[in-house]
Write a protein that binds this ligand. Structure first.
Ligand code: GDP
Length: 450
């Protein structure tokens, strides 16, 4: 693709902020050997070998010492020359080293700029580049595994296969455009419609995997409603099970909306706690409450928790009455060990009801399965792609064009155009769309004889 960008040298601390055993600074640019020599007091690093060295300032004084790695382009992550300085992981020493890099002509990298350069230099396609971020952000083991698979190109290669088949079909259809009198006959003989059906079926399989992956990536937003002491925290812990419960800071909202994050069978669950939803005159609290309601509006479902000995009492009912009517609900009656009721799933007021004990964990599995079922997650993360909204959107558009192509296949020009649009949509996923693609393939594979 090689879009033009100014090949300035960029640098950044690659390890997490704070103190650590090792701190890594990454530098990428062109012709970085002199840079490596300057920072290691004149030594010449051997490509891809760890070189132990002092890292020196302009005055020749050591700032730190550690390992210097030099990856000459194009065999590097970004495709440019890359240097890694592995020093001591103290914020001050890293800052001094970073300043030294700036002095040597680098500028601070923007977020994602290393990966962006890798994309621009054809080291990764777009879907792979996105999976770098997904792997780093993965909130569960399944999400991490899935992101790694995409990074290694599994998702991209599924998309490539589809695009390849689309190109073959397009060649067929476009070739007939030159012979209008025979076109439909020709297409029928070549079973163009049959090929289109096969292609659509494959696209739908990829779409299903991508949808599952999107759930794995985005998770579900659950509104938790219940009076104090009914066992909300106990239930969250029981649901999270062995998965690490992660409490996230969501910028700008944590102060106002109480959110917690747990993971159920690999699916992140964002919990919006309605404990703070009460009438108040406090201005700040009012803003918080307004934001919580906004979050409630966007949620996937409400988890309504009550003590099974009490059922739904008026204070809980008052909140339920204010929930958006369209918001799907799951009722949970907790503490069956005290009420003596039977664990299991039934129904109440048209909503599913689960009786369980958050303390003994009896019935918690039933609730887990129900929650995953309600968001449409099948629980098998194998073969699932950690898709983003952008991917789902592109796949849906491709599918729409293919469906129009199937409808209008007898109008060959429309057929051809819909196929072209479908290919464009799919190619957006890997970012590899160039209109010359098709021409190149047609000319290399086909001899039309003109
Ligand atoms: P929250 O205020 O709704 O978050 O409720 P907690 O989770 O803090 O629970 C309140 C109390 O109920 C605690 O003492 C829990 O140990 C207890 N509790 C929660 N679930 C159960 C249960 O299933 N059985 C019994 N016997 N006690 C429970």
């Amino acid at each position: 693709m090689n879009l033009a960008y100014t090949p300035t040298t960029i640098c950044a601390v690659a390890t997490a902020p704070g103190r650590g055993g090792v701190g890594v600074i990454r530098i990428s640019g062109q012709g970085l050997l002199p840079f490596a020599q300057a920072i290691s007091a004149g030594k010449t690093p051997k490509p891809r070998y760890a070189m132990y060295s002092d890292f020196v300032g302009a005055d020749g004084q050591a700032i730190d010492n550690g390992l210097l790695l030099y990856f000459p382009g194009p065999a590097s992550f970004t495709g440019e020359d890359v240097i890694e300085l592995q020093g001591h992981g103290g914020p001050v020493v890293l800052k001094m080293l970073l300043q030294r890099c700036l002095q040597l002509g680098a500028r601070l990298a923007e977020p994602g700029e290393f990966t962006k350069r890798a994309f621009l230099n054809d080291k990764l396609d777009l879907a792979q580049a996105e999976s770098v971020a997904d792997l780093i952000d993965a909130a569960s083991e399944s999400a991490a595994r899935s992101a790694l698979k995409s990074l290694k190109g599994a998702f991209s290669s599924e998309i490539h296969t589809l695009v390849e088949q689309l190109i073959t079909l397009r060649m067929l259809v476009e070739a007939t455009l030159d012979f209008p009198e025979e076109d439909i006959d020709f297409l029928e003989k070549a079973d163009a419609v049959g090929k289109l059906h096969t292609l659509r079926a494959q696209l739908q399989t990829v779409q299903a995997s991508a949808r599952q992956g999107a759930l794995l990536r985005e998770g579900m937003h659950v509104v938790l409603v219940g009076e104090p002491n009914v066992g909300k925290s106990s239930l969250m812990n029981a649901l999270a099970g062995d998965d690490i419960a992660i409490v996230t800071d969501i910028a700008g909202t944590t102060r106002d909306t109480v959110r917690e994050e747990i993971v159920i069978d690999g699916v992140p669950v964002h919990i919006i706690d309605t404990a703070g939803l009460r009438d108040t005159d406090d201005v700040v609290e009012k803003i918080g409450i307004a934001r919580t309601w906004q979050a409630v509006e966007r949620a996937d479902l409400a988890l309504v928790l009550a003590d099974s000995r009490d059922g739904i009492r008026p204070p809980l009912q008052a909140i339920l009455d204010r929930l958006p009517p369209a918001l799907p609900r799951v009722h949970v009656f907790n503490k069956v060990d005290l009420s003596g009721e039977e664990v299991g799933r039934s129904e109440q007021d048209g909503h599913p009801l689960v009786r369980l004990s958050a303390r003994s964990h009896a019935g918690v599995d039933v609730l887990k399965a129900l929650l995953l079922e309600m968001i449409g997650y099948h629980g098998d993360s194998e073969g699932v792609f950690l898709a983003r909204e952008r991917h789902l959107d592109a796949i849906a558009r491709a599918e729409q064009h293919l469906s129009l192509a199937a409808q209008d296949w007898q109008q060959v020009e429309i057929f051809a155009e819909e196929l072209r649009m479908a290919q464009n949509a799919l190619s957006e996923i890997t970012g590899r769309f160039t209109p010359d693609d098709l021409l190149g393939v047609i000319f290399s594979r086909f001899c039309i004889g003109k």
